[in-house]
Design a protein around this ligand. Sequence first.
Ligand code: 1CP
Length: 392
Amino acid sequence: MVSKYRPSPDQQQDSTFVIPMEEKNRSGGLAWSKVEPESLGPVPKPPILLSDLQQKKKFLRVLAGDREESPPVWIMRQAGRYLPEYRQLRARARSFLEFCYSPALASEAALQPIRRFGFDAAILFSDILTIPDALGRKVHFDEGKGPRLAPLVEEQNWRFDEPTRALQRLAPVYETVERTRAALDPQTALIGFAGGPWTVACYMLQGEGGEKDVARRAAYQRAHEVDVLLVILAETTALHLAQQARMGADCLQIFESWAQGLSTALFTRLVIAPTRHIVARLRALGVSAPVIGFPRAATETQIELYARETGVTALSLDTAAEPASFRNLGLPLQGNLDPQLLVTGGAPLERGVRECLDAFSASPHIFNLGHGITPDASPDNVAHMIRLVRGA
Ligand code: 1CP
């Protein structure tokens, strides 16, 4: 496996980072680094040795390889618009990003689903697009339309702020981690997260969600710049995740929500290499927290490659993935109930939960959805799902 980035020895020692200067971009913006392919050995997998305090968390025991009588449960996007208390809280900030950068509001949003449902893990309330925002690319959330950014592909020279400066802007996020951790009981784990570099790059290149045609074209036509963008994102993301772990996140999840539709050659270059960089960098920084990778809707072969090459601790599977196909990897698996079942409820939900529990029974399993809960889902169905998972 080839990594596109080689940190200098002193960068491995401390958490500061300077993008290697090769040539100044003519506009005086970011200097592109020359990225040399390099063969690396396997990414180190620190043994998961749980302290007495960590042993109390079922979620962490499963990530360490235990199989439990009933799996720990949380759901992607568990804090959010399907909860009336979230909608009420959200109305207290003018913009979505302002909400994300208000530690009191964001930590309250993360705690709401824990109070209501008693999930085994809370997830930091933030967004994957705080990274481009911190790098100096303005991010705007249109009500009901999702995120909007100025598309990079329309610009000649791509400029970003330095990753170290970017991280300073994210200080409120780390305060949110700290506040959330302090309010959780010892049984409940806290998950930190970031977007996968390719997923974040898709929003930056394309300027919005939806089709990823523009982003994929850029990966061919402006290959060097896209590779450097991914290096910058991978490095910033690694530092961002390391800081979340230092402030109290027990586990880190990488959301690669736009991993689908890539040839295996592109998947290796755009998804595996940067993810591998993140995990290797975290380990070099002394962060031993388990990392859950979520390469959503990639092919079976690609997910297997991802599991073997990136050094992730556990795999989150989307609804279409067959747990049996990944059993032999020997990793804890997370997933993968269809989020639509939390809209339908009733017998289909009951059957879905049973089938999901059976399908994952041969692996250490974290019960979750195959993707995020949708705003039209019913909180009553969530409560029912948890009762079914816990056999109550
Ligand atoms: O005003 C609002 O309330 C906006 C809705 C919203 C929320 C609640 C957005 C905008 N982001 C979030 C929070 C969020 N986003 C969390 C923390 C809450 C929790 O999980 O409990 C997390 C983990 C995310 C991660 C995220 N953001 C992903 C990866 C997961 C996934 O769903 O694929 C992605 C792709 C985003 C981008 C994003 N941010 C917001 C929206 C509506 C979107 C998706 C837009 C699209 O589909 O293109």
